[in-house]
Design a protein around this ligand. Structure first.
Ligand SMILES: [Zn+2]
Length: 70
């Protein structure tokens, strides 16, 4: 017995438009119409972009990255 699944699931699929950015630290949604911190990092041969909702999260990320060395 299968009901029609009309309700929005936990993962709402974006239909067109720009994908919403998410903070790489706290996963908070980022208002892309305003300035937000962003960092790029090369991992192996892949270039990854990290976005942050605030400079605090950027600092948190940078600290965790430097602590990760070794
Ligand atoms: Zn954040």
């Amino acid at each position: 017995m299968y009901d029609r699944n009309d309700t929005a699931g936990p993962e709402s699929t974006a239909t067109g438009g720009q994908p919403n950015e998410q903070c790489s630290v706290c996963e908070h949604a980022i208002e892309t119409t305003e300035w937000y911190p962003i960092r790029g990092q090369v991992e192996d041969v892949n270039f990854s972009l990290y976005t942050f909702c605030s400079e605090e999260c950027l600092e948190t990320w940078e600290n965790s990255e430097s602590n990760d060395a070794e």
